[in-house]
Design a protein around this ligand. Structure first.
Ligand code: COA
Length: 169
């Protein structure tokens, strides 16, 4: 199925979004606007274009970020000059698809679309890796399927921008 992402705006109906994870439902219904207004995140959505409803059926958020140098696996750390105590990264803060879109490969669409946006952004503002914050073990295994690795001593996972680049060569 073909999907298209667009920036969240006031025309989108977020009231019925339900992915099965309360925290992610609550975020898109009630919190995301504050984060967008405060420039903490941008939010892309996939909207159900049937008729005039414009209901959000998938979303993800992106932010610039940084992780402490010593939180990166040692193999990478060795390559980083000491002048970079914080390593630039791009965060997919949240990502979810509505239960109405089960079986349509929307999760994959959302992740690849988010990675493509991270990749494009890294061409103008450098980023060593894409970071995700999996909400639970299901989410961890979803990200692991796409090559994300655990960051040592953290619940977070990362995919190096080098690997992301290879996806879009
Ligand atoms: C995780 C989530 C985005 C996956 O979306 P989805 O639409 O079910 O995934 P897709 O149908 O696009 O699946 C793409 C591939 O990932 C696999 N996959 C889906 N969920 C998976 C999981 N939890 N663990 C491992 N693989 C998973 C599918 O089997 C499929 O694999 P295939 O290429 O071998 O057929 C969705 O379940 C969701 O929104 N969950 C609630 C929110 C959430 O947990 N978000 C994660 C970030 S915190």
């Amino acid at each position: 199925m073909e999907f298209k992402s667009e920036l969240l705006d006031s025309s989108h109906d977020r009231t019925e979004f339900s992915c099965g994870k309360e925290a992610l439902d609550h975020y898109i219904r009630h919190q995301v606007n504050q984060d967008v207004k405060r420039k903490l995140a941008v939010c892309f959505v996939v909207a159900d274009k049937d008729g005039i409803s414009n209901k959000v059926i998938g979303y993800f958020t992106l932010s610039n970020g940084g992780i402490p140098r010593d939180s990166v696996p040692e193999t990478y750390q060795k390559k980083f000059p000491l002048s970079y105590p914080s390593i630039p990264t791009t965060l997919i803060g949240r990502l979810a698809r509505d239960q109405r879109a089960v079986g349509k490969r929307m999760g994959e669409f959302l992740l690849i679309d988010a990675l493509y946006k991270c990749f494009n952004s890294s061409k103008t503002v450098a980023s060593f890796a894409v970071i995700v914050d999996p909400i639970d073990d299901d989410a961890r295994s979803f990200y692991a399927k796409y090559g994300f690795l655990s960051l040592p001593d953290s619940q977070r996972m990362f995919l190096s921008m080098k690997k992301v680049n290879e996806l879009f060569k």
